[in-house]
Design a protein around this ligand. Structure first.
Ligand code: NAD
Length: 307
C-alpha cells in the first residue's frame, strides 16, 4: 500500500510518516508539504518521497496521488489565535486545501481519504462529553475551516462515493511538537518553560479541561484505519474521554519533569473553549483494538524528547 500524507513535515504528520515507513504492509510513503509550519528537520532520516508545495496546487496533488492507495490529509494552518489574526489564510489552506485534496483523490480513482478535523468545531456547545451528533457552534475562523473540512468529506462520500474518514482530533501532544513559535500548544510550551527555568503561562484560571491524546496513539489508530480501510461518512472523535484540567496537567508535568513548575496566570484568550472531553463511543466501535497511552507515560516520552 502506498500512502500520501499531506502536512507530513508537521508534528503529527512526521510522527505518522515514521510509523508507516516502519510498517511491513506499507510499501511507500509520500509527503506533501509547503513547510508553512512544518520543518525539514522533521523529515531527517525518513524514507519518504517529498512533494514540496501547496495542497491548493492540483498539478502537485495529481503527481503525488498517482498510483497511491490512500491519503491522510493533515496539512493545515493550525491554531485558533493564528486564524483570528489572518482568517483568510486559514480558510485558503484549510478549507480550500481540503477541497482540492478531495478533487484530486477523486481524479486518482476515488482514494481512501482520512482527514483531520478538530474538537474546536463543538465550540460554545456546553454539553459534555462531546458526542458527534451535538450541534457545532464554532467560536473561531479556525473552527469554521475544520467544520468545512469534515463537511466536505461527508459531501464527497454522498456525492461521489468517496471512502472518507473525518477525524475530530482533540489535544494531541508528544515528541516533535515544537514550543518555539507564537502558536505553540500548552504541553510543549510548559515543558520548554520548565526546562529553561521560566514560569508556565496559563490563560485563565487553569480550571479549563482538555482531552489529551498521545501522538503515538493517533498514529497507531490512523495506521489501523489505513490497513483496514476504515471509512465513516460523518465525523469521528479522536480522543478517549479523559478530562484533565490545566492545573492537573501542571501537577502531572511536575512528576514527569521531576522539577518545580511555577504557573503565571494571564487573561483567557478569545476563541478558547472552556471544556473539552470526547465521547469515544464511535471511535471505540470502529477501532476496538486501539488502547490509548496514559497521560503519565505520554508526558514522560514527551519530556524525554524535549530534554
Ligand atoms: P503542524 O503545523 O505541525 O502540521 C501541519 C503541516 O501542514 C505542516 O507541516 C505545514 O507546513 C503543512 N501545511 C500547512 N499549510 C499547507 C499547505 N497549504 N500546503 C501544504 N502543506 C501545508 O500541525 P499538527 O499539530 O501536526 O496538525 C496536523 C493536523 O491536525 C492539522 O490539520 C490540524 O488542524 C489538526 N489538528 C491538530 C491538533 C493538535 O492537537 N495538534 C488538534 C486538532 C486538529
Amino acid at each position: 500500500m502506498d500512502v500520501v500524507i499531506t502536512g507530513g513535515a508537521g508534528f503529527i504528520g512526521s510522527n505518522l510518516a515514521r510509523a508507516l515507513t516502519q510498517h511491513l504492509d506499507i510499501a511507500g510513503v509520500r509527503i506533501i508539504d509547503n513547510f508553512a509550519t512544518g520543518t525539514k528537520d522533521n523529515l531527517t532520516g525518513l524514507d519518504a518521497q517529498l512533494f514540496e508545495g501547496d495542497v491548493q496546487d492540483p498539478a502537485l496533488l495529481d503527481s503525488a496521488f498517482d498510483g497511491a492507495d490512500a491519503v491522510v490529509h493533515l496539512a493545515a494552518l493550525p491554531s485558533v489565535p493564528r486564524s483570528l489574526r489572518d482568517p483568510i489564510a486559514s480558510h485558503h489552506a484549510n478549507a480550500t486545501g481540503t477541497l482540492q485534496v478531495l478533487e484530486a483523490a477523486r481524479r486518482a480513482g476515488n482514494l481512501h481519504v482520512i482527514a483531520a478535523s478538530s474538537s474546536s468545531v463543538y465550540g460554545a456547545t456546553p454539553a459534555l462529553p462531546k458526542h458527534e451528533d451535538l450541534p457545532t457552534v464554532p467560536m473561531s475562523p479556525y473552527a469554521v475551516t475544520k467544520l468545512a473540512t469534515e463537511a466536505y468529506l461527508t459531501a464527497y462520500h454522498h456525492s461521489f462515493d468517496l471512502p472518507v474518514l473525518p477525524l475530530r482530533f482533540f489535544n494531541v501532544y508528544g515528541p516533535g511538537q515544537r514550543a518555539d513559535h507564537p502558536y505553540a500548544a500548552v504541553i510543549p510550551r510548559w515543558i520548554h518553560a520548565a526546562l529553561n527555568g521560566h514560569p508556565a503561562t496559563v490563560y485563565g484560571d487553569g480550571t479549563q479541561t482538555r482531552d489529551f491524546t498521545y501522538v503515538g496513539t493517533v498514529t497507531a489508530l490512523i495506521t489501523d484505519a489505513l490497513l483496514r480501510q476504515v471509512a465513516h461518512p460523518t465525523p469521528v472523535n479522536l480522543a478517549f474521554g479523559t478530562r484533565t484540567s490545566l492545573l492537573d496537567l501542571a501537577a502531572e508535568l511536575r512528576t514527569a519533569l521531576g522539577t518545580p513548575l511555577a504557573l503565571q496566570h494571564e487573561p483567557g484568550r478569545p476563541g478558547d473553549v472552556p471544556h473539552s472531553q470526547a465521547d469515544p463511543t464511535r471511535l471505540r466501535a470502529l477501532f476496538p483494538d486501539i488502547a490509548p497511552a496514559s497521560l503519565r507515560s505520554g508526558l514522560q516520552g514527551t519530556v524525554t524528547w524535549h530534554q
